[in-house]
Design a protein around this ligand. Structure first.
Ligand code: NAI
Length: 336
C-alpha cells in the first residue's frame, strides 16, 4: 500500500520533503497538509501540484483516516506537542530536528513512546544516512583501532538572520553532536567551549567562531569548530584519529579543474546541496520501515540525548573554558 503522509509546516524544509516524497521517492504520497499561516498550505499544494487536502489544524490532519504517517516540519517550538499528538493517535511520525526545544520536552516524548510500548518517531538527523559518514563509520569500526580523537568543522558562508550563540549549538553543532556519537558508538561525558579570535564578519556579541570540545565515556576527545561566517563556503569536515591511522569524511563530489596555471575544485556554497542525497535516503527509509510496520533510524532517545548535550554546550558558553558535565539517563530497552 502507498503510505498516506500528512505534512505539518509547509515552509522551506516541509516543501522540500513534500517535493522529494512526490517526485523522487517511492511508496509514499502527500495526502494532507497544514500550516499555521493562512494560505501557506494551499500555496504549497499549488506550487508542488499536490493532490492533498488543506487541513484546518494539525489535530484535524493527524486524525484524518487517510493520513498513515505524519511529517512534522513546522518551527522547532511546535515539535514536541505535535509529535505527542501523533504518538497519542498511534501514527508514525518523522520529526525534523530538534525533537523538542527542552530536555524535559524530549523526555516527555520518550515517555509517551515507552507508555505506548513501541517506537513511532524518527528524528531528522540526516547525516546518519549520508554515504560519506557511512563509509567513514565502516572504516572507523574496522581499520583504525581504538579511536582517540576527532577533529570536526561546521562552517557556513554567513550567519542567517536572527543568528545567536545558542543557535550555533541548537541549529548547527546539533548535527555533529548526533552524528559523532553515532560514529563512535559512545556517549559524551563533558562539554567545554573555547573561544579563539572572533571574526570581524560576525555581528557584535556573536561568538564566532567557537570550538566545542566534547569528551566521550572512554576518553575520546572531540573538537568541533563552529564557524557561522567563514565566508568561503559551506564546509563540513570530520577526521577521526585512531591507534592505527586516521580517516576523513570524503569531500562532496566535484569536478577538479586544471586551468590558467591553477588546480581547483569548487566548494559548495549552499548547505541544502551538501546532504541532498542523505535527505532522500532518510525519508525513503522512513517510508519503507513504516510500510513494513517497523521503526528505525534516529530515535526519540537520540533526540533526547542531543538535547541534553546541546544544553550542556549552551551552559558552557556562559563561561568559556569551564568544563560542564553531561549526565545522560539509562537508555531504556526500547531504544537498544
Ligand atoms: P520555515 O520557517 O521555513 O518553516 C516552518 C513552517 O512551519 C512555516 O511555514 C510556519 O508557518 C509553519 N508553522 C509554524 N508553527 C506551526 C504550527 N503550530 N502548525 C503548523 N505550521 C506551523 O522553517 P524551516 O527552515 O523549514 O525549518 C523547520 C524545521 O526544520 C526547524 O525545526 C529546523 O530546525 C528544521 N530543519 C532541519 C534541517 C536539517 O538539516 N535536518 C534543515 C532545515 C530545517
Amino acid at each position: 500500500m502507498t503510505l498516506g503522509i500528512g505534512v505539518i509546516g509547509t515552509g522551506m524544509i516541509g516543501r522540500d520533503h513534500a517535493r522529494r516524497i512526490e517526485k523522487t521517492l517511492t511508496g509514499g504520497r502527500i495526502v494532507a497538509v497544514n500550516d499555521v499561516v493562512p494560505g501557506a498550505a494551499a500555496d504549497a499544494i499549488k506550487e508542488l501540484g499536490l493532490g492533498a487536502t488543506d487541513h484546518i489544524s494539525p489535530e484535524d490532519l493527524i486524525a484524518a483516516p487517510e493520513v498513515d504517517a505524519v511529517l512534522v516540519t513546522s518551527s522547532a517550538p511546535t515539535h514536541e506537542a505535535l509529535v505527542l499528538q501523533a504518538i497519542a493517535a498511534g501514527k508514525p511520525v518523522f520529526c525534523e530536528k530538534p525533537l523538542a526545544t527542552s530536555v524535559a520536552g524530549a523526555q516527555r516524548i520518550v515517555g509517551a513512546e515507552l507508555a505506548a510500548g513501541r517506537r513511532l518517531v524518527q528524528v531528522g538527523f540526516m547525516r546518519r544516512f549520508d554515504s560519506g559518514y557511512r563509509a567513514l563509520k565502516r572504516v572507523v569500526e574496522s581499520e583504525l583501532g581504538a579511536p582517540l580523537m576527532v577533529h570536526a568543522a561546521h562552517r557556513n558562508v554567513a550567519a542567517g538572520p536572527g543568528f545567536s550563540n545558542e543557535m550555533a549549538i541548537y541549529e548547527t553543532a546539533i548535527h555533529e553532536i548526533d552524528v559523532l556519537r553515532w560514529l563512535l558508538n559512545e556517549e559524551y561525558v563533558s562539554a567545554q567551549i573555547i573561544l579563539p579570535c572572533m571574526t570581524s564578519n560576525a555581528k557584535k556579541g556573536d561568538m564566532d567562531p567557537q570550538i566545542v570540545l566534547l569528551e566521550t565515556a572512554s576518553g575520546v576527545r572531540i573538537d568541533i569548530e563552529v564557524f557561522a561566517n567563514c565566508v568561503y563556503g559551506y564546509d563540513i569536515q570530520c577526521e577521526v584519529v585512531g591507534e592505527l591511522g586516521l580517516a576523513r569524511l570524503p569531500e562532496p563530489e566535484a569536478v577538479p579543474m586544471r586551468k590558467a596555471g591553477q588546480f581547483s575544485r569548487p566548494i559548495l556554497q549552499d548547505w541544502k546541496e551538501r546532504f541532498i542525497r542523505a535527505y532522500d535516503i532518510e525519508l525513503q527509509y522512513f517510508i519503507d520501515t513504516v510500510r513494513r510496520g517497523e521503526a528505525g533510524g534516529p530515535s526519540s532517545w537520540d533526540g533526547y540525548v542531543a538535547s541534553v548535550v546541546a544544553d550542556a554546550c549552551v551552559e558552557a558558553q556562559k563561561q568559556p573554558g569551564k568544563v560542564v558535565d553531561i549526565a545522560i539517563r539509562q537508555r531504556p530497552a526500547l531504544y537498544s
